[in-house]
Design a protein around this ligand. Structure first.
Ligand code: TXA
Ligand code: MG
Length: 332
């Protein structure tokens, strides 16, 4: 049916990661449509960050309950520096980790093109230069900042492949640029540089130790348990949640539970599990991060009422993994 007045959403298109697909994705974004695209962390749900009507479509497609601030994505350092005011420490972090899985929250430049709605009316702006080659080409073809939260329905597990995006958003967005699996697998580390000591708002793909090595000091950590004062939707206690209940630091498995394993941990009762997946049999935290969200989706699809998760270490990328698991386990 081609009735332009139809309220039935057109089918979401899957675009190939080639020249034609990138050109189509850029044209859709420039026209104010929603396009999901791969970054090295997770798939983002992109919209023209300069266009409030386009940004508003993100909130309705995701059913994001409140108008929370979004990250503006830029193709390179110079484009990002134009949107915000960087102090010495922000500059140092940008130079060390961009392009890459770091988001910097800085005071917005008075001339920023990132619209108020994308910034939720805040005087600050969240900026990121992703390292994924498709994202970088797409962003330079769009030629404007692109607002992009993770391309999942609000509160659900973030997508690390195009099929995850379609599971949540088919019929609600114009297209998804299919770049295969995202290599990092957890979202970017969010650091606020608003004067004084930088604050770690969300652990992610850049570890606390890597930040410390560049800053020469420890960023102030946000307290993930303080759900009364969330710094944003990613800071709400319940987030990244599968349908099943999640049970952390399990040393045994109840009959019929699904199990998320790590390393050579072998919990009692494993034989009676409904499904089991190992994030990294070798105990490699980078591999575990890359597989985390896909594994949660797959174990959820097993139909188990609960997912038991064996202990995952908290060093390195383990901090971000444990943060996402704690949110998945939080009361809804
Ligand atoms: O890896 C990622 O960061 C992915 C990819 C697509 O880039 N994006 C992502 O976006 O995870 P989202 O919307 O799920 O998370 C953005 C986080 C939220 O926790 C939000 O509160 C925070 O960044 N944020 C954005 N602007 C902010 C601001 N001005 N002040 C404080 N926090 C801000
Ligand atoms: Mg998200």
């Amino acid at each position: 049916m081609n009735d332009p007045g139809s309220t039935v959403p057109a089918a979401t298109r899957r675009l190939d990661p080639d020249t034609a697909g990138l050109a189509e994705a850029a044209a859709l974004l420039r026209a104010g449509d929603l396009v999901a695209f791969p970054t090295e962390t997770v798939y983002g749900l992109g919209a023209d960050a300069t266009d409030p009507a386009a940004v508003a479509r993100i909130f309705s497609a995701k059913e994001r309950p409140r108008f929370n601030p979004l990250i503006a994505h830029l193709p390179d350092m110079d484009a990002a520096l134009a949107e915000g005011l960087f102090d010495g420490l922000a500059r140092r972090l940008a130079e060390a980790f961009w392009p890459g899985p770091l988001t910097l929250v800085v005071p917005a430049d008075p001339g920023t093109r990132v619209c108020d709605l994308a910034r939720a009316g805040l005087p600050s702006v969240a900026l990121r230069v992703p390292a994924h080659p498709l994202a970088r080409v797409l962003l330079s073809e769009v030629g404007r900042p692109v607002a992009a939260p993770s391309a999942n329905r609000s509160g659900r597990v973030s997508p690390t492949r195009a099929s995850h995006v379609l599971d949540d958003l088919a019929g609600r967005i114009a297209a998804v640029l299919d770049g295969g699996d995202t290599p990092v697998g957890v979202e970017s580390t969010v650091v606020a540089c608003l004067g004084g000591v930088p604050r770690l708002l969300r652990p992610g793909g850049i570890t606390r130790a890597a930040l410390r090595a560049v800053l020469g000091l420890d960023p102030v950590g946000a307290d993930p348990a303080d759900s009364d004062h969330p710094a944003g939707p990613g800071m709400l206690a319940s987030h990244y949640a599968p349908r099943a209940q999640v049970r952390l630091d399990a040393t045994s498995v109840e009959p019929g539970e699904a199990v998320l394993l790590f390393g050579d941990e072998h919990p009692a009762g494993l034989a009676g599990a409904r499904a089991a997946l190992n994030l990294s049999p070798a105990g490699d935290l980078a591999e575990a991060a890359a597989r985390l969200f896909g594994a949660l989706r797959a174990l959820d699809a097993s139909g188990a009422a609960a997912i038991a998760v064996v202990p995952v270490p908290s060093d390195g990328l383990g901090e971000a993994i444990r943060d996402r698991l704690a949110r998945a386990a939080a009361p809804r």
